[in-house]
Design a protein around this ligand. Structure first.
Ligand code: CTP
Length: 404
């Protein structure tokens, strides 16, 4: 199924990012979708209805009542006719009203009466995005089954730098395309992915960490979402942008990663732990910065809890649990031993001996071992392609366990 001929209702809110929607409308119209735009009253301060009407080839709706022709804009009909409703840019104000059932304009009334899937792409300043009320509203909306196309990180209109930039038009288009293609085989499933390193504090300014970039885990989160799963990505410190549609939970330490993964584990059918979690953490991080006094110092370390093994002990029959192994020697036997010990369904072996494989690059070369001992070797590929291979293995496993 393509987006050709699909009825897409776009709700534009009052945000500086509204200008980006003009490009999105062009892309949709080019793909032969039918686009009906509803603008919130404030949106008209940012882009003109004339521009939007010309690009979308449809009159723009904004009020319940059209003074020009005496007609009433029936929000129920608009919501019924649509194959998909997209609210973009979705401002903090509109998100809050959507979450609480507020209905003081045509856009919100259409949202409330929409029977079709609803996507929303937030755009706002960094601090508004981070505010607990905004985050709370977003989880309420996701709980209603609405899908978020997450904002990117980068320079914001305010001059600040951080998360809050509206996803780019081509990213939004891709999410819409994914919705209308038949490859959403993981629709209705929840996935939990861990990624990146952890930082274990030594004192307020120093930590023990590793070189993990998080790229592999982010690529896995992205592909699982594109296949229709609702993905929670628990990420250690990285500089990567959140893949569109993925819900990201940032953590710093191994303990925080454990607590957050544990919170989302039971609800998930698919769990992929690709984070490079620190195996040891300082016993007593100093409260003040350690001064350079003695010639040598000793830092006492204690073992962290192995998150993967902890989750493996609790694994339910509906779940597919995938871990990673990074080995420098005796690779296959070591990986197989980890798979058994941690009660995994699959382990993805990264070899440090292969050129192009490993932590920070864009490529990886893996071997996937199943818990029945089957071994599949893969070529050196981009991390996105490796993520697709891992997803294919997961899809097969989910098909098998759900048919039992
Ligand atoms: N892992 C975890 N929690 C930890 C350590 C590791 O969840 N505290 C997970 C990683 O996310 C990865 C897998 O365990 O999926 C294997 O990590 P790796 O570092 O290769 O192995 P370890 O089990 O830590 O064993 P070792 O370092 O002794 O090889």
């Amino acid at each position: 199924m393509s987006i050709q001929g699909k009825h897409i209702v776009i709700g534009i809110c009052g945000s500086i990012a509204a200008y980006k929607i003009t490009s999105l409308i062009r892309l949709l119209v080019k793909a032969e979708a039918s686009v009906q735009v509803i603008m919130s009253p404030d949106a008209k301060d940012f882009v003109t209805p004339l521009t939007i009407a010309t690009l979308s080839k449809n009159p723009v709706l904004s009020d319940y009542f059209e003074h020009s022709n005496g007609l009433w804009n029936n929000h129920v009909e608009l919501g019924l006719k649509a194959d998909l409703m997209l609210i973009a840019p979705a401002t903090a104000n509109t998100l809050s009203k959507m979450a609480s059932g507020g209905c003081d304009n045509l856009l919100l009334a259409t949202y409330l009466s929409a029977k079709c899937p609803v996507y929303f792409a937030p755009a706002m300043d960094l601090d508004m995005w981070k505010h607990p009320s905004t985050q709370h509203n977003i989880s309420i909306l996701q709980g209603y089954g609405n899908t978020m196309i997450a904002p990117n990180s980068g320079e914001l209109a305010s001059g600040l730098n951080g998360q809050g930039r509206l996803a780019e038009p081509d990213e939004i288009l891709q999410s819409i395309r994914d919705f209308f293609t038949d490859n959403r085989v993981l629709q209705g499933k929840k996935a939990l992915v861990s990624a990146g390193p952890t930082h274990e504090p030594i004192d307020p300014v120093r930590f023990i960490g590793n070189h993990s970039s998080g790229k592999m885990g982010f690529a896995i989160a992205e592909i699982l979402h594109r296949l229709g799963a609702e993905v929670t990505l628990v990420s250690g410190p990285t500089s990567l942008d959140t893949p569109p549609g993925v819900v990201r939970k940032d953590v710093t330490t191994a303990q925080q990663m454990l607590d957050t993964c544990n919170k989302y584990f039971d609800a998930a059918e698919i769990i992929v732990m690709s984070a490079a979690v620190a195996d040891y953490t300082p016993v007593n991080p100093e409260e003040q910065k350690i001064k350079k006094k003695s010639d040598s110092i000793e830092i006492s370390l204690k073992k962290t809890i192995d998150i993967l093994a902890f989750l493996g002990e609790r694994k339910a029959s509906k779940q597919t649990l995938v871990g990673f192994a990074l080995e420098t020697n005796n690779e296959l036997p070591n990986a197989l031993e980890k798979l058994k010990r941690k009660n995994l369904d699959y382990i993805v072996l990264n070899s440090m001996q292969d050129k192009g494989a490993g932590f920070s690059g864009d490529t990886n070369k893996v071997t996937i071992i199943a818990n029945d001992g089957q071994v599949q070797h893969y070529e050196l590929k981009s991390k996105k392609e490796v993520a697709a291979d891992i997803a294919a293995v997961i899809i097969k496993h989910q098909e098998i366990i759900t048919s039992l």
